[in-house]
Write a protein that binds this ligand. Structure first.
Ligand code: KG4
Ligand code: ZN
Length: 343
C-alpha cells in the first residue's frame, strides 16, 4: 500500500509517501519559523493560513519526488489531533476531500502516535514491550508500548512539557523562537556546571515530570546577573548549558526508572526535543547488552509527514479507516483512547 501522510497540527506542513513494501518513498516539510519568529511563538491563525498556502504544492512536490501520481495512492493518513484546531482542520479537510475524490480510504492519525512509532521506521524489529519517551512542545510522557495501540502511560508532566520549558527559557533569555534549537546552540559554548539547577522530581518515586520550576530558577539567576551587570553572552551560554543539563539528566533518570520498573529491553525517544544532541548522547549512553536504545534521525524527531504516513499505513493495512466523509478533529485526544491493531 502507498499511503500519503499529511501533518498540519502546529507550525510545520509535512507531507510524505510511505509504502508498506518498500518504506519511505519521499517526504517534504515546510517550516513556519519565518511566519511566527516575529511574534516569539506560534500564532494559530497564521499557522492555519500558512498550511492552506503550502499543503497543495507540497503534495505535488512529494509525489514528484516519489515518482508517483495521485492515482498511485492507496490511502491518505492525516493528523486529526492533538494540535491547533484551525491547523488540524486544514489538513483534515484537504485529506478527506482528496481521498473522497480519488475513491480511496482516509484515516485520522494521532499526532503523538506518529511520534511514538517514528523510531520504528528505521528500527522495525524492536522487541516489545518497549519504553518510549515522548518529548515535544506540548507533551512529555513515558509510555510502555505493548503493541500498536496498546499504550500504558507510565509518567507525564504535571505542568510544562520539556519543549515548552526550552521555549520559555529561550524567551526569557531573549534568544527567540523556536527556543529548543536556540538554547542547544548557545549551550554548546557554555559551562553546564556553573549553575546548579534542580533535577525536578527525581527525588520522588514514579515517572512524572515537572519543568515549570526550572525556568523560574533560570529567571531568578538571570535577574541576579542583570542586577550585578554580568549577564553577558558568556553568562547566557552558561545558563543555557546548565538548564539543558538539568532537563537532560532529569529525562534520563526517569527513563532509567521506567525501564527498571517495566523490565523492558528497548527504550525509544521521539518528538521535537529528541533532536537535542546532548539528550541523544545521554540516552545512547544507557545502551547495554540488555537494553537497545533507538531514536529517529533528527528530521523525523520534529514534526513531519513521514511519521503520520507510517502510523497511518500500519493502521490502514490492518483494515482501519474513517467510516464517513465528515471531518472530525480531536484538538485534545488521550493516547490511551486509540484502538489496538492486531500484529
Ligand atoms: O514535536 P515538535 O516538532 O512539535 C510538537 O508536536 O510540539 O516539537 C517541538 C518542540 C519545541 O518546543 C522545540 O523547541 C523543541 O521541540 N525542540 C528542541 C530541539 N529542536 C526542537 N528542544 C531542544 N533541543 C532541540 N535541538
Ligand atoms: Zn510533534
Amino acid at each position: 500500500m502507498r499511503i500519503l501522510g499529511i501533518e498540519t497540527s502546529c507550525d510545520e506542513t509535512g507531507l510524505a509517501v510511505y509504502c508498506t513494501d518498500s518504506g519511505l518513498l519521499a517526504h517534504r516539510v515546510h517550516s513556519q519559523i519565518d511566519v511566527h519568529a516575529h511574534y516569539g511563538g506560534v500564532v494559530p491563525e497564521l499557522a492555519s493560513r500558512d498550511h492552506v498556502r503550502y499543503v497543495r504544492p507540497l503534495v505535488d512536490e512529494t509525489l514528484e519526488a516519489a515518482n508517483l501520481s495521485v492515482r498511485d495512492l492507496d490511502g491518505i493518513a492525516y493528523t486529526t489531533g492533538p494540535g491547533l484546531l484551525g491547523a488540524l482542520l486544514v489538513g483534515s479537510s484537504f485529506a478527506k476531500s482528496l481521498a473522497w475524490s480519488l475513491g480511496i480510504p482516509a484515516l485520522g492519525v494521532h499526532h503523538m502516535e506518529g511520534h511514538l512509532l517514528a523510531p520504528l521506521m528505521e528500527t522495525p524489529d524492536l522487541p516489545l514491550p518497549f519504553v518510549a519517551l515522548l518529548v515535544s512542545g506540548g507533551h512529555t510522557q513515558l509510555v510502555l508500548v505493548e503493541g500498536i495501540g496498546r499504550y500504558r502511560l507510565l509518567g507525564t508532566t504535571l505542568d510544562d512539557a520539556a519543549g515548552e520549558a526550552f521555549d520559555k527559557t529561550a524567551k526569557l533569555l531573549e534568544l527567540g523562537y523556536p527556543g529548543g534549537p536556540k538554547i542547544a546552540a548557545l549551550a554548546a559554548d557554555g559551562d553546564a556546571t556553573r549553575f546548579q539547577f534542580a533535577r525536578p522530581m527525581t527525588d520522588r518515586p514514579g515517572c512524572d515530570f515537572s519543568f515549570s520550576g526550572l525556568k523560574t530558577q533560570v529567571l531568578t539567576e538571570a535577574r541576579r546577573l542583570v542586577a550585578e551587570g554580568t549577564l553577558d553572552q558568556a553568562a547566557k551560554a552558561d545558563l543555557a548549558a546548565s538548564f539543558q543539563a538539568a532537563v537532560v539528566e532529569t529525562l534520563v533518570i526517569k527513563c532509567q526508572r521506567a525501564v527498571e520498573q517495566t523490565a523492558a529491553s528497548a527504550l525509544v525517544m521521539s518528538g521535537g526535543v529528541s533532536a537535542n544532541v546532548s539528550l541523544r548522547q545521554a540516552l545512547k549512553a544507557l545502551e547495554s547488552d540488555g537494553l537497545t536504545v533507538a531514536y529517529p534521525a533528527p528530521e523525523f524527531c520534529t514534526d513531519n509527514g513521514a511519521m503520520i504516513a507510517y502510523a497511518g499505513a500500519l493502521r490502514l493495512a490492518s483494515g482501519q479507516q474513517d467510516t464517513d466523509a465528515s471531518i472530525h478533529i480531536r484538538p485534545r485526544w488521550p493516547l490511551a483512547e486509540l484502538p489496538e491493531v492486531a500484529l
